[in-house]
Ligand binder design. Structure first.
Ligand code: G
Ligand code: G
Ligand code: MN
Ligand code: NA
Length: 250
């Protein structure tokens, strides 16, 4: 298709760029990390969002090529941040069935000299279920190398609490659908409360996504959630804006 051809060309020309959304410590409001989110603007088609082009790259078999280029760029940007600011990167479902994923990531870390402990890898439950054994192996290898694993969009999709026993995660990301409704909707508030308690019991980190209002941040803090992400703290921005932002807080 036209969009697939344009995407292949853009990847070859290195035109897919990581943007960076701030992740803050909810108490101090300091930026402690950024999530890399891929952005692509085609000269003719215009802005194409990842929800459109990531699935195309997955289906057409060039997601690992795309992901490696975006990860490398993201790490080159993150190298300029203070050492205590981490980078979070999304892995696609098909990368969790590809045993080359680990060596590709290790290769990029080695060639950029980036500390693996500053890299967090986000996975979704859908991605784990295609081939759970392969996914578990990849997770173990990434953790052994020093990276942290976060389970993204927690509480939606193919959620099962058994997943928390079968795979070793370091952090859960509470899906923004719960956060966006938690002030008006009692069940959502209770679900968030339960996820935070679960993370405490399992000694997992926890982060709330999609925080848009101060009242949501206050409620999350009172529930014991330590990290937050959302438009209240900042939308995804390009590498130079992220660099300015992270240095402005010192
Ligand atoms: O801003 P937002 O539209 O960026 O992102 C939409 C979706 O695309 C999110 O679910 C996000 O996880 C996913 N996404 C964004 N960038 C990447 C990427 O580099 N790799 C993968 N696998 N998913 C991404
Ligand atoms: O699925 P994942 O969590 O990886 O993707 C994050 C997505 O959520 C991106 O599309 C990003 O642009 C979007 N996003 C980030 N913060 C907010 C927010 O506060 N509100 C809404 N509606 N979307 C957000
Ligand atoms: Mn994510
Ligand atoms: Na998410």
């Amino acid at each position: 298709t036209r969009i697939e051809q344009a995407l292949r060309r853009a990847i070859a020309a290195d035109e897919v760029e990581p943007y960076f959304q701030p992740i803050v410590d909810l108490d101090s409001r300091r930026i402690i990390g950024f999530e890399a989110l891929a952005r692509w603007t085609d000269p003719e088609i215009g802005v194409v969002m990842p929800a459109t082009f990531i699935p195309i790259a997955e289906e057409r078999g060039f997601i690992s090529q795309l992901a490696q280029k975006v990860l490398r760029k993201a790490i080159l940007a993150a190298r300029d941040w203070p050492d205590d600011v981490y980078l979070s990167f999304n892995l696609s479902p098909s990368q969790l069935v590809d045993q080359q994923t680990v060596s590709q990531i290790k290769g990029i870390l080695a060639s950029t000299g980036f500390d693996p402990r500053r890299l967090e890898i986000e996975l979704t439950e859908t991605g784990l279920m295609t081939d759970p054994r392969s996914a578990a192996k990849i997770i173990e290898e990434l953790r052994d190398h020093g990276m942290r694993i976060a389970l993204d969009d927690f509480g939606t999709g193919q959620s099962s609490l058994g997943r928390l026993r079968d795979f070793r995660f370091d952090k859960l990301k509470i899906d923004r659908s719960f956060v966006s409704s938690m002030l008006e909707d009692q069940p959502s508030e209770h679900i968030v409360r339960a996820i935070v308690a679960l993370c405490e019991g399992l000694r997992l980190g926890v982060i709330a996504e999609g925080i848009e209002q101060e009242e949501q941040a206050q409620l999350l803090m009172s529930l014991g959630c330590s990290e937050g992400q959302g438009y209240l703290f900042g939308a995804p921005i390009d590498a130079s804006a992220a660099l300015l932002l992270v240095h402005a807080q010192d």
